[in-house]
Write a protein that binds this ligand. Sequence first.
Ligand SMILES: [Zn+2]
Length: 276
Amino acid sequence: MDITHHKLDKKAAVLEEVNKTSGTFASGLPDTIVIHYTAGPSAKSAINTLKEDDVPASAHIVVDLDGTLTQLVPFNKIAWHTGKSAWLERNGLNKYSIGIEIVNAGRLEKNGNVWRSWFGKTFPEEEVVRAVHRNESTPTWWHCFTEEQVESVFELCKAIMKKYDIRHILGHEEISPGRKIDPGPAFPLDKIRDRLLHSDRKEDSDTTGEDIISKGIVNAGSLNIRSGPGVAYDTIASPLSRNTEVVILDEQRDWCQVEVKMTGWVSGKFVKKVKS
Ligand SMILES: [Zn+2]
């Protein structure tokens, strides 16, 4: 993924430029990336809203569910994604930051066996995670981000960091606490930030989106591998034996989606997580 003249190349992103900016960043800026979710059903709806003249909002990038990127504002222009915000001694983070909007429904309400977003769409159990928001103290339900989105955001941040001197990667919830809750606990913000900003391997461009996915070792004599996250799902192969190394692709409550020679779901209680 490469950036030329402040735009992602054609292979990496669709360009749908909107002219909602406050001009060019001051010299030495941007130095911050702000992560958001769209709280909407699709990239199309988010892009349409961000393109409307009478909606005073814009962002540099929208990330679709399949990881596809759309660029709306060149990276050297100030977009309107943070609103009232503060970080360290700064106020109004738009003038310091690149805004990435990831398609995601956000917080969900449980309704029997379905989970409902504020805009009325329902989601099945496998697209939902229960977690505690960093600004709250009790767990609630959240729409999962896709693996493609997480990898795509990671690669995008890496490409941006090659061109701009990025020092902060922040969630909207961190710069506008009390007012904003995106991207929320379903997004691995701390992990991505650690890998990109605090890793010794920062200079080493070999790190890929896949590297942010954890590894584990089977910690039971024999562990069923299933087609979905629950005992109701069929086993899809012979059980995994103790000390089998697995790649953890995703986690939902007590279940880990793992990759061995095949992909399936095992009880998370019997997977000892190790640092990759
Ligand atoms: Zn936001």
